[in-house]
Structure formats: structure tokens, C-alpha cells
Design a protein around this ligand. Structure first.
Ligand SMILES: [Zn+2]
Length: 131
């Protein structure tokens, strides 16, 4: 396995080749890239991460759609934290619920989460509001 990829050696500018790869999650690939310049031979560990979908698969893998817990993004951890604290203490001020609602909308409009995810989070929020 030695494929050319769009990484260029920072020392000499030669296009680098992938000498090995690991796949810690379906969305994250860790690569070892090597410079092929015989007068350089630098190598690096590199990460290739798919950060958001541009177009959904017509045959999506359900594990990928929900995201893997070990690779949850920072915003997602923040949102989970906010929702959990509201679920534990539903009497918390309305401002915090409005904040979470705004957060969900912002993520959706920035295409960070899809409609299904946004609705799941909104449903959780609505259940808290009914308490
Ligand atoms: Zn080089």
C-alpha cells in the first residue's frame, strides 16, 4: 500500500506517500506519510478526519450516522452536558433551556447536525420542558 495523497513534505515540498494507515473509527484515519525524496526521507503521522457530510449516503451505516462516542466532537459533548444537567434539574431557569434550543438550531443551520439529529435533541429538550 503506497498511495500518493495530497500531503507535501514540509522540508522539501515533495509529494508524500502513505506507508501505513489505521482506522480508529469509520470517520478518522491515521496515516504514516513518507517523503519519497531520497535526499530527505522525512516521515510523519497524519490524521484524516471526515468532519461533516456534504451529501448523505443513500445507504447509510447507522453506526456512522449516530457517531462514535469516543470521537464525539466538542460541541456535541457540550450539548450532551447541557441536556443532562437540564434532565437532572428540570427546574433550572428557562434561559438555559432557551440557550440549548438556540444551540441546537445553530448547529442545524451550520449543517453540523442533520435534521434527524436536531429533532432528537429537540425532543429531549421538549420532554424536559413538560416536567
Ligand atoms: Zn522531504
Amino acid at each position: 500500500m503506497s498511495k500518493s495523497i495530497g500531503f507535501y513534505c514540509p522540508h522539501c515540498g515533495t509529494r508524500m506517500h502513505v506507508s501505513s494507515r489505521k482506522k480508529p473509527s469509520p470517520l478518522l484515519h491515521e496515516l504514516i506519510v513518507q517523503c519519497r525524496n531520497e535526499n530527505c526521507l522525512a516521515s510523519f503521522a497524519a490524521s484524516l478526519e471526515m468532519v461533516r457530510p456534504i451529501q448523505n449516503s443513500i445507504n447509510p451505516n447507522p453506526d456512522v450516522q449516530t457517531g462514535l462516542p469516543q470521537h464525539k466532537r466538542q460541541w456535541e459533548l457540550e450539548l450532551e452536558h447541557q441536556l443532562k444537567s437540564l434532565e437532572l434539574l428540570p427546574e433550572i431557569a428557562d434561559e438555559q433551556k432557551n440557550y440549548v434550543e438556540g444551540f441546537i438550531s445553530a448547529l442545524f443551520h451550520a449543517s453540523t447536525i442533520d435534521l434527524t439529529r436536531a429533532q432528537t435533541y429537540r425532543q429531549r429538550l421538549q420532554q424536559i420542558k413538560l416536567l
